[in-house]
Structure formats: structure tokens, C-alpha cells
Design a protein around this ligand. Structure first.
Ligand code: COA
Length: 497
């Protein structure tokens, strides 16, 4: 049974139920689970664990690649199974528990988690639970639609549970490139010098003796929640395309640009989609999540190759891509997230990084994570890995949120994820501010002229004028700087009066 999926005969008798596999996980353990932005997560074992926790109170530290699909974060949060969650999530129920202080959430640059595990600054990982399409003759684990942190979890954990997902086609074999950096301080350079380079193994090498249980599953990944482009996101894409055209004209880029990274979410997806109607061609991606837009760009003949750590698609795109996967496979590679997001590689390749802000301020500081400075949304994800090291670091957002009650451009951000030093370009549907080479006072003028919604423009201009009269390299009225957020809290709107 399943001999094409479990090719090491000695492992065939490890096949057990999800409940039996979950029994290896006990109260107080640290568990590393596969899963990255709703793709390739272990499904049956966490569900069994959440079920068990309803009658047998227990707590674990859960580390993943990024967010999980199939409502798993919700189920585990509602079963009060999670004491600590690392490094990213995007589930409303878990978000509530985090903001209530029930779950201790460690919001981490996605490239850093396994570096910390490897050097025992985090962990140890007691059990790894990894979704796979198959286990090789040597016991190597072939991941499914994401790699995330799975390789290092499996290598570092004391025990490994594998979920073989029969719904994930064997065609995924060969998609992955598992490269684990050598130990520091004598680490070799990571030999990725182009997005298409394969530098590792097509499976996760583990000692098969550590595989204590195998669960056979059929459940599909959840589809992404990304919405199709609307007029505002199309405008954002248009402004960015104009900037890139300008860069070509100035001789700084060619029409093939440089490897592109696009963050998660509706806006970044729409921006990439916008490149379909652009003069650019033979593009490449060195990104983290490959969303619908990656496949739209392939289909439009614009994109030559895409490197990522996961593939997260809408239902319609999933249904179109999967039967035709043989056509896309030669143009794709999935890597561990420490490689897809590695500062060394991002800097070497000169990535053009496009990430989404919740809000940004007059001087270019960006908040991607905290609503009103306190309430966690999803986490920084890989945006910091890319923004700090990119050739061009772009942040996009709509100029207002919640029907205009919130201006996404504020005097001072209520939480800082990306400092002014990591941000080159800001874009809203109103326009684009190119901050490169500008001092704070110059930045403020440009941001107000180009990015702010008209309903907030005068108020922001007035703030800057009064702040500048007081002086300073980065002018602020410190007693008013967060006043817009305070007003929102008190009245439900940032609008005065
Ligand atoms: N204040 C409060 N809420 C805001 C806001 C602001 N300034 N700006 C946006 N929002 C709300 C929206 O209203 C929306 O709320 P809803 O879910 O209730 O409708 C929500 O935030 C998402 O915004 P949306 O405009 O749909 O954008 P998105 O889907 O592109 O997501 C982020 C935006 C910032 C939440 C998302 O990109 C993110 O989590 N980024 C951080 C991680 C990251 O960048 N990872 C990529 C690395 S590769």
C-alpha cells in the first residue's frame, strides 16, 4: 500500500492514525510544523491534537514556516492548545488570542527562525510534523506546496511525523531545492547567483530512524483569500510601472528589470498582475510566496522563472494550474524560507521588493503589523528580510482604510516595522513618492504632494508646516504626532471635527 509514496520499505509499518501520531506530542513540547502562507501544512495531526486538547488540557509552542490553512490556527487557538506561536500567522481567531495576551506570539523575520533553532537560541524542537508527497528510498522527505522551515524542523527535531498527502500529485517531486547553510562563523557563501539556480537536494535529508509515524491524508490546501485587482490597486500598479519605466530610461534597469519579490495579500498580488500590461519582459521572481499573479505572468509570457518558498493560489487558479503543472514546473523552484529570504542572496541578486504597509508616515517609516500601534494583524513575515536588503524597496498601500475613516499616511506611524532607512519608494493609488536621496523635510513634502488622500492632505500639510517652524532634522510636534491615532480610538475616525 502506498509503495510509490513510501519507498523505504522499513517505514511502511510506521503508518498509523492521526490520533496515534499526535500521541507523540505532549504537554509543554515545542513542535515544528510544515506550512507556509496556507500551503503545504501538516493537516491531520494538528487537527487530532486540537481535538485532544478539548478534553485533555495541554499547551505547546508551535513553530511553522508562516500561516496555516484549513483553519488550523483557529482550531488550535480555540482548543487553547497554543502557549507560544512563532513566527507568523494570519488567522482572526488566533489573532484575538494573541491580542488578548493568551498566546505569546513571537513576530520574527522569516529568514531568522531556523538560524535561532540551529544555534539553540530557540527550541529545541521535540517533534516535527511535515506534509510530504512521498518519502524516498533513503528516507528523504519530499515536501508538497511549501518548504518553509520544514527541512530544518525535520533535521533538528528529535522525532519526525510525516503526513503523506495523496491529493498532492507526485509531479511535485523535483520542484524543491533543499539547501542548508553551513555552520557559522565559517559559513560558505550560499551559491545562489540567479533565481533559477538549484544548489541543494530535491528532498529533505533525514535519518529515517527518526521517523516515528506516518499518516496518510487527502485534504487539499486552502485556497488563498486574495481578492482580484480593483481600480485602486490597478492605479498603484500603474504608478509603480511608470517608476520602473523611468528607471529603464535613466539606464539604471533594463526591460527585464531585476528579480522581483511581491509580498502577501491583495495589493501586492495586484501590483504584480499589473506587470502583464507593461513593456517589461523575460522577468524573474526571487520571492517568498508565489501567488496567482506569478502564474498569470507565466501565462502572459512575461515571466521566465520564479523562485519561492510556497505556492498559494485562489481556488480557480489552483484548478487551472494543477492539471497543467508539468508545463510550469521547469520554471519554478521552492526553497527553504531562510534561502528564499536570505539577506545575502537578496542583496546579491538586487531584488526589487514590493511589500504592503498598513500605514506609513511622512518620513518613510512603515507599519506593516500593528493596527493602532497595539493590535497585531499578521506579523512582519518576510517583508523586513526583503526591504532591508533589496535593490529597490517599495511599500504600497491604499491611501485610506475603513471607508476613509483611517488615513494610511500619518504624521508618525504607531508602530515601526521598517524604518525610513529601509524604504525607497512609497505608493498609494494617489501617486508615488521616490524617497531615494531625500532628507526628511524633502520626503515629507513629496509624500504629502503624491501619496495622501485629498481628505487628509491639508491636515498633514498643516502638521508639517507647524512642526517645521519648531525646527529639527525630522520635524515633529511630539505631543500631536500620534494624535490622529488617538482621535481614531476616541471617535472612530482620523478626520477632525
Ligand atoms: N489601519 C487599520 N486597518 C488597516 C489599515 C490601517 N492603516 N490599512 C489596512 N487596514 C485593514 C484593511 O481595512 C483590511 O481589513 P479587513 O481585513 O477587515 O478588510 C486589512 O487591513 C487588510 O488590508 P488590505 O487592504 O486588504 O491589504 P492586504 O490584503 O494586501 O494586506 C497587510 C495588507 C499589511 C495586512 C499584509 O500585507 C501583511 O500582513 N503584511 C505584513 C507581512 C508581509 O509583508 N509579508 C510579505 C513578505 S514576503
Amino acid at each position: 500500500m502506498h509503495r510509490d509514496r513510501i519507498r523505504l520499505p522499513a517505514l511502511l509499518d510506521k503508518v498509523v492514525s492521526a490520533e496515534a501520531a499526535a500521541a507523540y506530542i505532549r504537554d509543554g513540547m515545542t513542535v515544528g510544523m510544515s506550512g507556509f502562507t496556507r500551503a503545504g501544512e501538516a493537516k491531520a495531526v494538528p487537527m487530532a491534537l486540537a481535538e485532544r486538547a478539548k478534553t485533555e488540557p495541554m499547551k505547546i509552542t508551535l513553530i511553522t514556516g508562516a500561516s496555516l490553512g484549513n483553519d488550523l490556527d483557529k482550531q488550535m487557538a480555540e482548543a487553547h492548545l497554543l502557549s507560544r506561536r512563532i513566527p507568523f500567522q494570519s488567522d482572526p481567531a488566533l489573532r484575538r488570542e494573541i491580542n488578548d495576551g493568551e498566546v505569546m506570539f513571537v513576530d520574527q523575520h522569516l529568514s531568522e527562525t531556523v538560524e535561532m533553532l540551529r544555534t539553540h537560541q530557540l527550541g529545541p524542537v521535540d517533534v516535527a510534523v511535515i506534509e510530504a508527497v512521498a518519502i524516498t528510498e533513503q528516507g528523504g522527505i519530499i515536501p508538497t506546496t511549501s518548504v518553509g522551515n520544514s527541512a530544518s524542523f525535520a533535521i533538528l527535531a528529535e522525532k519526525v511525523i510525516v503526513e503523506i498527502n495523496l491529493s498532492q500529485p507526485l509531479l511535485l517531486e523535483g520542484l524543491h531545492d533543499i539547501y542548508i547553510p553551513t555552520r557559522r562563523p565559517v559559513r560558505h557563501p550560499i551559491p545562489v547567483v540567479a533565481p533559477e539556480n538549484r544548489v541543494g537536494l530535491p528532498f529533505i535529508p533525514v535519518d529515517p530512524g527518526k521517523i516515528v509515524a506516518i499518516v496518510v491524508t487527502q485534504k487539499l490546501d486552502s485556497s488563498s483569500t486574495v481578492l482580484p485587482p480593483d481600480q485602486e490597486t490597478r492605479d498603484i500598479a500603474g504608478h509603480l510601472t511608470e517608476l520602473l519605466k523611468h528607471e529603464v530610461k535613466a539606464g539604471r534597469l533594463t526591460n527585464t528589470l531585476q528579480p522581483l519579490q511581491a509580498g502577501i495579500g491583495t495589493i501586492a498580488n495586484a501590483v504584480m498582475h499589473g506587470l502583464i500590461d507593461s513593456p517589461f519582459h523575460n522577468l524573474t521572481m526571487y520571492s517568498e510566496v508565489l501567488q496567482d499573479s506569478t502564474f498569470d505572468l507565466f501565462d502572459a509570457g512575461k515571466l521566465d522563472f520564479a523562485s519561492g518558498s510556497s505556492i498559494t493560489l485562489s481556488k480557480a487558479k489552483y484548478q487551472a494550474v494543477l492539471p497543467d503543472f508539468a508545463r510550469y514546473k521547469p520554471k519554478l523552484v521552492l526553497r527553504p524560507q531562510e534561502i528564499s529570504n536570505h539577506p545575502e542572496v537578496i542583496r546579491r541578486l538586487g531584488v526589487i521588493a514590493v511589500n504592503t504597509a498598513l500605514e506609513f508616515d511622512l518620513y518613510g517609516n512603515v507599519n506593516s503589523t500593528h493596527v493602532g500601534g497595539t493590535m497585531m494583524m499578521n506579523g512582519i513575515g518576510g517583508s523586513g528580510d526583503f526591504a532591508r536588503n533589496a535593490y529597490l524597496s517599495v511599500f504600497v498601500t491604499k491611501s485610506v482604510a475603513k471607508g476613509g475613516a483611517i488615513s494610511s499616511v500619518v504624521p508618525m506611524v504607531s508602530h515601526v516595522d521598517h524604518t525610513e532607512h529601509d524604504v525607497d519608494i512609497l505608493v498609494t493609488e494617489q501617486g508615488l513618492a521616490d524617497l531615494r536621496g531625500l532628507a526628511p523635510r524633502e520626503r515629507a513634502r513629496l509624500v504629502i504632494a503624491n501619496c495622501v488622500h485629498p481628505a487628509y492632505r491639508d491636515a498633514l500639510a498643516d502638521y508639517v508646516e507647524r512642526a517645521t517652524a519648531r525646527g529639527g532634522h525630522t520635524p515633529h510636534l511630539i505631543e500631536e504626532a500620534l494624535g490622529w491615532h488617538a482621535r481614531l480610538r476616541e471617535t472612530g475616525s482620523m478626520q477632525a471635527g
